[in-house]
Design a protein around this ligand. Sequence first.
Ligand SMILES: C[S@@+](CC[C@H](N)C(=O)[O-])C[C@H]1O[C@@H](n2cnc3c(N)ncnc32)[C@H](O)[C@@H]1O
Length: 266
Amino acid sequence: MARLHLIGAVPREQDLYSGAGTDFYDRLVGSDRAEIREVLALARDAEGPILDVAAGTGRLTVPLVRSGKRVTAIDLSDDMLSRLRRTLPDHAMLECVVADMRDFSLPRQFGLVIIGATSITLLDRAGRSLLYANVRRHLAVRGVFAFTVAGDASAESFSVSRDREIEVPGPDGAETYLFSQQVEEDGAARLVNWVRVADLTEGGEVTVLTSRLRVLDHGVLSRELIHAGFAPPAVSPVRTLGGEDIVLLTTTRTGCAEARDDDASR
Ligand SMILES: C[S@@+](CC[C@H](N)C(=O)[O-])C[C@H]1O[C@@H](n2cnc3c(N)ncnc32)[C@H](O)[C@@H]1O
């Protein structure tokens, strides 16, 4: 980030989803109600338990459990899941499992598998291929697989590197953070960073919370799903308060499951 260079601050990178990042993420998006309505509607029709993939601190998991559903929440970050466990301590309808969405094995199948907050964009092509194979193995015969991704209107904002200041709710009122997006791989990926302005000192070390995301559209993901043995997905808009353009892809397994399963296990 230009501002760090200017004052000679030394960046110390920290994953957005562990350690101090966990608290920040919760403050940044914890109160965001986007996707919850759509996910609860899918859950109402689901036959069997629900798998929340990359569940994080439980923004979607908590309302699902509170609506009476049995939910397994998986996430790579124990720090994120610890917060979820603290929100619903020892809840009989919740199971939290630290696992990689590219490689997980659970002892049951699910009526609904969801991935919220466009988290599928955390994975590269090889990672998404592994994810699809794992989801298919864990999806009940009439189960539904649903996930969100940015809609077409977001493409422009993802294509340029930019810095801006944002206000994030804190324990003692709003705090100012620098947000920086760096476009990489000719626009195929973007690195997003956040720095607390109050932590910036000349020549001092400063924590930079960071995450790397692929720039994907629903057309690409729809083709990947079909190739991975899912039906052509339904694509529907997600209602958001801030006007962000997000779409929900909803699909099921196709009949050629066995051949594809064999492919995936090779
Ligand atoms: C954007 S957050 C989404 C959290 C939550 N679903 C929500 O809607 O707020 C992304 C989550 O994906 C998790 N994650 C990143 N890579 C992962 C992987 N390979 N497998 C499982 N979880 C992963 C992160 O730890 C983080 O909790």
